[in-house]
Design a binder for this molecule. Structure first.
Ligand SMILES: [Zn+2]
Length: 259
């Protein structure tokens, strides 16, 4: 589903959106004039037109990107198909783990792959298998950070992650429970493509607030879902990257700089 903010028929950004983005960044700079940002793209593993288009944009602006890879979606063949970007990007990209199968197991409440319904053995098995798969395909390109599907998981899962050697977890800002000591928390403050607002106006207002607010944290996390991007979503992402690249005091990093 495409978020309401990208459903207008315009494929160019209106001056109002351009101006609002510039102002929300300026507002954020008032309180923090050396902001850091990281981008996290979820649901990676299958090459596609949108995937290539997203990667080409980050390469064009030389902006780092964290890629959350679903272990059971990735094969050697698919990794080879993505290899051109891997090579060109060198240290720009940070490849880490996004769940194991990206499947919901909960029968009630919110979707979770690693929620309370899973036994600790099942959690341990899935996470260690996923890590093994990614390590064997990605080699030294693999970073031991975990993004749980739907941005949520149990405390038990985080204990398993720590036990297996993961260094950090990335969920939405404000997610509970907190990770155990030794497992870093890298929250997302800005959601670009899975927004729930009914109207575009509400969506834009909230998005710009998220950016200003996110800039007050040690690193403002911005989440991307390339499979939910349309033309308008690409136009906005391009402009956002352009704006951030133009602000020399802003630093864009990956999880590799945080662990
Ligand atoms: Zn996902």
């Amino acid at each position: 589903m495409i978020s309401s903010i990208y459903q207008s028929s315009d494929t160019v950004l209106t001056p109002m959106i351009r101006q609002s983005l510039a102002s929300c960044i300026e507002d954020g700079l008032v309180l923090n004039n050396r902001p850091k940002f990281f981008f996290r793209a979820d649901d990676i593993g299958v090459p596609s037109k949108n995937y290539s288009r997203m990667m080409a944009l980050f390469l064009k602006y030389e902006i780092p990107l964290c890629l959350a890879v679903v272990p059971t979606w990735l094969t050697r063949k698919r990794w080879e198909a993505m290899n051109d970007f891997v090579k060109k990007g060198q240290n720009l990209f940070c490849w880490h783990m996004h769940g194991y199968r990206h499947m919901n197991y909960e029968v009630q409440g919110k979707k979770q792959e690693f929620g309370p319904i899973r036994s600790s053995t099942a959690v341990f098995n899935d996470i260690s298998r996923g890590r093994k798969t990614l390590q064997s395909i990605l080699g030294d390109k693999f970073t031991p950070i975990f993004t749980p599907p739907w941005n949520r998981c149990s405390l038990e899962t985080m204990q398993v992650l720590k036990e297996i050697g993961f260094k950090g977890i990335s969920r939405s800002y404000g997610s509970l429970p907190l990770p155990p000591a030794g497992l870093e928390d890298f929250p997302i403050h800005v959601d670009l493509h899975t927004r729930k607002e009914k109207t575009a106006e509400q969506g834009w207002q909230k998005l710009f607030k998220e950016i200003t607010r996110g800039m007050q944290f040690p690193a403002c996390g911005i989440m991307i879902h390339h499979m939910r991007m349309n033309e308008q979503a690409f136009v906005f992402l391009k402009y956002l990257l352009e704006c951030l690249a133009a602000h020399k005091q802003a630093r864009i990093i990956t999880f590799n700089h945080l662990i």
